[in-house]
Each structure stands twice: as C-alpha cells, then as structure tokens.
Design a binder for this molecule. Structure first.
Ligand code: SF4
Ligand code: SF4
Length: 359
C-alpha cells in the first residue's frame, strides 16, 4: 500500500476527470423518505457535481453493478437440427465512487464465493477485474453494526481508499492503476500531523457506533437453536417479499431460467438474483417445498449469513450494514433476531416473551 495526502479540491478534480472519461457510478440522492431524510442509491454519474460525497448509506448496495438482478448468460441459435451457443464474458471498465468499508468487505466476500471457489464465475470475474473501486470512510448511522462484524475498516478489495482528515483526504493506494491515475494530480507524502489526524479519525469512527451485536460463538448458537421458537416468531412477521436479500451487499443466491424466442429460432439462459425468503425458493421438481414455512426460510437466510461459511473456518458473510433491517416492512432486523436467539440460549430454553411454544 502507498499512502498520499490530497486536498479535497484536488480530489474532486481527480474524481471529475475519472468519471468524465469512464462509465461511472456514485452515490446520488434519489428521493426523501417519510421522515424527510434523503434516500441515496448508486447511480450513473458523469461529473463530480452529481456525487453526494457526504451521503450516509445507500438504500441498496452496489452489488447489482457486479451481480445484476437479471443477467443473460447465454443465447442459443437453432439452425435446422443443429444449435449454437453464444456466450460473452466481456465487461466495460466501470468506476465505482464512494463505497463504504462494509460494502468493500462485501465485495471481498463475493470474490471468495465467486472467484476463489471450485467453480469461478467468468461473468463476475470480467466485471470485477474491470471495476475501479474508490472507497470512502464515514461516521456510522445509529443502526450500523459493521463494527460488531469487524467490517468497519478494510485493507483490500479497493483501488483507492479515502479517509477524511479535515481539509484533506488521506489516500490508501492499493493498485498501480490508481497510482498512475493520481500522478496527474497534486498529492504529497503524509507528514506527522496527517498521520495523527488519521489516527484521530479512526478513533472517532470506532467510538461512534451506537449499535453493537454480540456475535461471539454465533455459529454454534445457531446450531443449538435450530429448532428454536424464535424462528417461528419472526417468520410469522415475514412477508416473503425478498427485499432483504435484494438490498444486501453479500447475498448472491440466484435462479436460472431458459426461455425460447417466440419464433422458436433461438433461446436464452438467464440468471436472476433470488431470495431464500421467497415462498418457492426450495421448491423442487414435482412441487415439493423443502421449506414451506416462513420461519424455515427466514432461518436459512440467517444460517447462510452467520453460520454457513463460518462453520468452514472462514467468516460470517453479513457485513453489518443493516440495509436489510432498514428495508424490511415488517421490522425484522439482524440485531433483534440475533438478540432473541441469544436470550433463548441464555434463558436455558425458557421461551422469550411472545415466542410460540416449542412443539
Ligand atoms: S424484507 Fe422482511 S418481510 Fe421481506 S422477506 Fe426479508 S425479512 Fe421477510
Ligand atoms: S444481512 Fe443485512 S446487515 Fe448483513 S450484510 Fe446483508 S443487508 Fe447488511
């Protein structure tokens, strides 16, 4: 890693040049919510003026820029008795400005799943390697719990990371591309004062979290609480809408569909992001549903997020952004569900207040 300091004015000049010459996305205000607070999303940007550098958090993650909600994987052309498959993995370069540390951590988790596994995804690889990521630190929202998940800081997965140290940004440069782009702009080596400001900034962020979740030994608690009435309690509230998985930066489950063109001369295979909370997620041929109950489906989302990978010696895949909690119309959020499970465990199987009785 190489460190530099850049004035905020010069940084804006740098970002402006970058987004003007590349297909770029950054946080923009798209609406206001019922409380009058701004709603932000990652949207196309053509100039630095369009970027809300002081945004809080986007409602959806930037995941869909690398894992589109719907993506064509192949086309098929039929010629008499023959057929031909056309597949393209190409992706145009993209600049992503303003990702928070937890969102970059989520990209690192997606990299583990989609690049470093036995069956890497060439579609994801093409997009990921052509994406220039500029990260930016921020003070957490009251309900952010990324510190509990140890994702409030990040050291890999970006090209450039900016820490706000007042008049300037303290830059962590993590790629030769970023280093070379920056050569055209005025930067300097960090001095003693800059280093002190960086330490202060990190302390301020660290001490600003208002929400903490105790995730100690959570994978084994999930094992023990497999039959807990807590799942039924929260499942009864779930609307099976799938919103939580759509806004989540690390959910990646998908479905595949194949459809014929109306003239029957071709066909296409498409991938769509899916959610384990949707009613038909575990339906198999013949119509049997392995997870017919809301509580079962909700439970498996939590198992995937907090136990599946951790069990294999890796990590929980939830990064603590709480987008799912904010987006859920039923008020289901990781903090309450995990606290309920922990209370259930600690009360030695005496059910938490409103949970239905254990069958
Ligand atoms: S957003 Fe809430 S209601 Fe919708 S599927 Fe997720 S947990 Fe259920
Ligand atoms: S499960 Fe919820 S809190 Fe965790 S990463 Fe996904 S959206 Fe964020």
């Amino acid at each position: 890693m190489i460190y530099k300091v850049i004035s905020k004015k010069e940084f804006r000049r740098f970002v402006d040049a970058l987004v003007k010459s590349n297909n770029s996305f950054g946080p923009r205000q798209v609406d206001t919510d019922s409380q009058g607070s701004p709603v932000y999303q990652f949207k196309p940007v053509q100039s630095v003026e369009e970027i809300a550098f002081d945004y809080t958090a986007t409602a959806s993650s930037a995941k869909h820029l690398l894992l589109p909600f719907r993506e064509e994987l192949s086309r098929f052309a039929f010629h008499g008795d023959e057929w031909e498959q056309q597949t393209s993995y190409e992706a145009d370069p993209v600049v992503l400005v303003g990702l928070r540390p937890c969102d970059i951590s989520a990209l690192n988790i997606l990299d583990d799943v989609l690049l470093n596994s036995h069956f890497p995804s060439p579609y994801y690889l093409a997009k990921r390697k052509n994406t220039f990521v500029i990260g930016m630190d921020h003070l957490p929202l009251p309900d952010c719990f990324c510190k509990s998940m140890n994702h409030h800081t990040v050291t890999i997965g970006f090209n450039l990371f900016c820490s706000d140290i007042g008049e300037n940004y303290y830059l962590s440069i993590n790629s030769s591309k970023a280093f070379n782009f920056l050569k055209e702009f005025e930067t300097r080596e960090p001095n003693h004062d800059d280093n002190c400001l960086l330490v202060e900034r990190r302390k301020l962020i660290q001490n600003s979290f208002q929400t903490e979740i105790d995730v100690t030994a959570l994978p084994s608690i999930l094992d023990i609480e497999f039959d807990s009435p807590v799942w039924e309690k929260w499942g009864q509230k779930c609307l099976n809408c799938g919103t939580c998985a759509m806004v989540c930066p690390s959910c990646y489950c998908y479905s595949l569909t194949e459809s014929f063109d109306t003239d029957l001369k071709g066909a296409r295979r498409e991938k769509s992001l899916y959610s384990c909370n949707l009613v038909d997620f575990a339906v198999v041929a013949g119509g049997h549903n392995f997870r017919p109950k809301n509580g079962d489906r909700l439970k498996y989302r939590y198992y995937h997020q907090h136990r599946g990978f951790a069990e294999n010696g890796n990590q929980q895949i939830c990064v603590g952004c709480n987008r799912c909690g904010r987006a859920c119309l039923s008020g289901i959020n990781p903090k309450d569900v995990i606290n309920d499970l922990r209370m259930e465990k600690e009360s030695c199987l005496i059910c938490v207040s409103s949970s239905p009785a254990r069958i």
